[in-house]
Design a protein around this ligand. Sequence first.
Ligand code: VG1
Ligand code: CO
Length: 543
Amino acid sequence: MTVRTVPTTPFPDQKPGTSGLRKKVPVFRQPGYVENFLQAIFDSVEGRKGATLVVGGDGRFLNREVVQTTLRIAAANGFSRILVGRGGLLSTPAASCVIRKHGAIGGVVLSASHNPGGPEGDFGIKFNTANGGPAPESVTEAIFARTQSLTAYRIVEADDLDLDRLGEVRLGDATVTVIDPVADYAALMETLIDFPRVAALFASGFRMRFDAMSAVTGPYAREILERRLGAPAGTVVNAEPLPDFGGHHPDPNPVHAHDLMALMTGPDAPDFGAASDGDGDRNMIVARNLFVTPSDSLAILAAHAHVAPGYAGGLAGVARSMPTSRAVDRVASKLGIPAYETPTGWKFFGNLLDAGRITLCGEESAGTGSNHVREKDGLWAVLLWLNVLAATGRPAAEIVREHWRRFGRDVYARHDYEEVDAAAAEGLMEALRGSLAALPGRSFGPLNVEAADDFAYTDPVDGSVTRRQGVRILFREDARVVFRLSGTGTVGATLRVYLERFEPDPARHDAPVAEVLAPVVAAAEAIAGIAARTGRHEPSVIT
Ligand code: VG1
Ligand code: CO
């Protein structure tokens, strides 16, 4: 087998966003596009000679082809051991687990997460470092810089490997090992969660539905829930990973997981419902007749985590992304532990986790995780919930309501305006930034602005500073609105508007979210002029 050096020219658009490089499939299919980006990644990995690399993806369209290319380019760039999930599959949290367990120098994760797949859908490439987490900004910036000066990539000339057979094969100077994508992950879950207790819960007649949304979590959920924990066959639905996710948006929220929502609000609702996204790092939790807002789920798990063996010693601290509601902060202050506020994206939790400052963290976008890996972890969150349900013996909806009674309710919603004109969205954000200084003291209906800023984050561990992470407006009435542009969209711009209002009075905890937030929505419109600037009078998705 020979290593070929292939001349190439840079693509201008290979700048990683919130979570790696995400583009439409046809963009990735341009000759050299994948090869260039991979070469730029590997050029930025110091010490790769002789090191171990992990490769896998969420099984979407193009996954198998790009896995083969990744193996060939990795083998040509000095890695000596490459671990790849059978069928080219690894969920994002499982990739993080495998990197850590096998002392790999990093991993290439092929996914566009919750974005749709298929020939006209999205694809993505992300690089994770030796701690198992998404590469920090310093690394993604170095990768982008490298993409702009690339003149050639190196690749081993070889036939495609058989990815469906476990075991070792040689590729150039490297050994490629096809591993069971589930085994290491399932073993880790057994150390964190009280499996016998959850198994006893299922044995007692407790029923749940887990909707894998035809994405990567199916095999993981089947193995763990149905085989190891004894949930009845059929508990996991849409369990086969499909290249186009069955034509659906593999995004676990009440809009895209409507079948699950319908079941959980209907006459045949099981005790508990859950779903995960394309690459398995997000989770959706649904009680009977009650969708659990991800920000609440994080807070509830923080309050109850000690019932699970992995967290019996308590939590060192917690963190949430800035747009996530402040519910978890209230738990932290009761527990007397620190609560950190980071920019959107899991990469910002890495340093806090590595330094042992936090144990649990999460995002409003249905990402929850802990120090067990360095990615958010959908199935883990579901298992921790099951552990809490088993330990307390209470229905999920009751646990949520009791939490609100104890801590108050942070009523929350996110309004997304998708595929808006990019220039209009930028203009809206710039105008907002320009108006910040004049906002405090102004009132909008019943709400009075107390403070307004553009969120900047100083990492407490390495001192790095990240600016312009979202405009936040705080109202005296304990309400907040946050505006930011998505860094994962692939068409135009997506404006995200995060709305919340604290409600301490249990008598009002069951008021409809839209009603409670109506004044905040009106203030957001008055402040940002969304309709006038984007032409949109309604959000495209409300979660
Ligand atoms: C979105 C979410 C963010 C999440 C990111 C990756 O980013 O808001 O919380 O970390 O997706 O999630 P953005 O920039 O579009 O708002 V995933 O499940 O794509 O790995
Ligand atoms: Co995801």
